[in-house]
Structures are given as structure tokens and as C-alpha cells.
Write a protein that binds this ligand. Sequence first.
Ligand SMILES: Nc1nc2c(ncn2[C@@H]2O[C@H](COP(=O)(O)OP(=O)(O)O)[C@@H](O)[C@H]2O)c(=O)[nH]1
Ligand SMILES: Nc1ncnc2c1ncn2[C@@H]1O[C@H](COP(=O)(O)OP(=O)(O)O)[C@@H](O)[C@H]1O
Length: 293
Amino acid sequence: MTVPDVDRAAGSRAAIAARRARAAIKKAVTEQRRSATGVLDRASSHPDSLEAGMRVTELLQGIPGLGRVRIERVIERLSISPSKRLGGLGTLQRDRLREYLQKRAPFAGDEKASRLVVLAGPTAVGKGTVSTWIRENVPGVLLSVSATTRAPRPGEIDGVSYYFVDDAEFDRMIEAGEFLEWAVVHNSSRYGTPRAPIDEALADGKSVLLEIDIQGARQVREAMPEARLVFLLPPSWAELVRRLTGRGTETAEEQERRLATAEVELAAQNEFDYLIVNNDVETAARDVVELMK
Ligand SMILES: Nc1nc2c(ncn2[C@@H]2O[C@H](COP(=O)(O)OP(=O)(O)O)[C@@H](O)[C@H]2O)c(=O)[nH]1
Ligand SMILES: Nc1ncnc2c1ncn2[C@@H]1O[C@H](COP(=O)(O)OP(=O)(O)O)[C@@H](O)[C@H]1O
């Protein structure tokens, strides 16, 4: 049953549950945990999602500073009927609404911005490059250093790029509850985020950037719902392949495996609060930093 169907069966338990879930999405927008454009994008790409069943007016109510009268004015200006649901918008209406949301609330209400940002994205999109730019140019940001069981690449320094540990040490860290999250990535090595430095940095008023995979991002969202989840996109698939092969740090077989993971990861981009295209390193990095203010 789709959400609009559920609604027609007004009063049913499913209808109440759907309404509650949509109210939760609206609250998440108000509290900065999800961007309004992210909700709109998910509604467009998943016609059966709760987001698709949400009314445009409900979404706008989630944006701080927009009262009933202003919402009426906005939807009139955008030529959208008050009863319209996100999933039922025409292409032009959706584009107009998206443009409005981006101008009005690019990061919907920065006053409650979280200082914990998760940067994920497919292999070789440039996560490491963007993070390094931030480390070198923006003071007061802790770049979390993960532990991994994979072997160091040439030039990688233990304790800076990663903590390179063996399986026994990784097991010990899991047992001791030292990880905020951990996962097996690319079906090969294990990677985990040590929790203590993050807690300390946040307590000191610093911002924290985690560069982790999608499984890890999902775990962080569960553990710390206030975290902002960013997905870094390549300008195109061909450019992603070019960056991976150009980096030249993996064997052809490993590159194949990473590209297979990348396809799966790109399909999950709508779970994220923000999508940033890494055309130019500095521009992408500045966009990420904006989210930490
Ligand atoms: N879940 C999780 N993923 C991580 C962590 N550290 C790194 N990763 C991810 O593991 C993947 C592999 O990283 P890496 O071996 O450095 O190669 P890359 O894919 O070329 O960046 C990337 O998607 C990273 O974002 C971590 O602590 N936790
Ligand atoms: N905006 C960009 N334009 C061109 N090349 C880039 C850009 N960002 C990163 N690269 C290059 O792409 C390759 C992969 O970047 P890297 O930061 O290692 O990716 P990831 O950490 O996501 O696996 C590197 O060779 C890097 O120099």
C-alpha cells in the first residue's frame, strides 16, 4: 500500500503510523538532522516512500521561520496547490520548490547546526583530498583517524592517515567498545572510528569530520542523530573511474572490486542529508565546512 492509499484509509492504524512518521520527518527538518531538499529528492526518487506522501505544506512547516501565512504565499508563488504531496509534483513544480528550498534553507536553520559531519562517497571521489584540504586550511576541525586492518599505501603514515592494526588488535578494540562504528569495507578490510577523540573534541567545542563508508554513516546516524551526513559525488562515472585509475594505488582486480562497491554506494545517496559534487576540491571542501558552522 502506498502512503496516499494509507491516508485514504483514514483512521486505520497504518494511517496513523504514516502520519506520525511524516511528522518525524518534519521534526527532523526543523532540528537540522535532514535537509528539506534531501527530503524532496528522496520523494522524487522513491514514489512509495513516506517522503513522497508528505504534503508540500508539511515540508515547509518543518523549516524554521515559516509560518502558515508565508507558506500560503510561497506555494501560491510556486504555483503549487496546498493539497499537493511531494511525490505528486510535476517536474517544473519540483524544480521551482527545490530552487526555493536551496535559497531559503540551504542548510535549514544553521543556528542548531551539528558540529559532527560525516563525509561518505564512492571510492576515489576525492574524500581524502577534500578532508586534507580542510585539515590544512581550517583550524578547529578534528579529522577523525580511523583504525584499519588494511595495509598502508606508500606515503601513508600510521596515526595520521589511519591507525594500521592487525586483526587481533581490531578484535580487542571492538570488545573494549572503543569504536563509535566499524564495518568491513570493499569486502576486504575492517575500518572503525575510535570514539574517545570524537567525544573529547565535541566537548571542547570543536567540529569533527568523519570520512567513512556508507555502512559506517548509517551507524553514526543511529548513534548520533544530530550528525550531518554528506555524500560526495563525482562529476560523472567516467571521471570517477579516471580518478581511481589515475591514483594508481590499487591493482586492476582491487579497482574492479571498488567500482562494484561504488555502484552500490551511489544508489544509496538519497539516504544522505546533503549531496556535494566534487568538481573542484576547494569549492567542495568549503561546502563541507559550511555545514560545520
Ligand atoms: N565504516 C568505516 N569506513 C571507513 C572508515 N575509515 C575509512 N572508511 C572507508 O573505507 C573505504 C576505504 O578506504 P581506503 O582504503 O582509504 O580507500 P578509498 O576507498 O580509496 O578511500 C572508504 O570508503 C572510507 O571512507 C571507518 O572508520 N569506518
Ligand atoms: N576535484 C578533483 N578534481 C580532480 N581530481 C581529484 C579531485 N578530487 C580528488 N581528485 C583526485 O582523485 C583521486 C582520488 O582522490 P582521493 O582523495 O584519494 O579519493 P577517496 O579518498 O574518496 O578514495 C586522487 O588522485 C585525487 O588527487
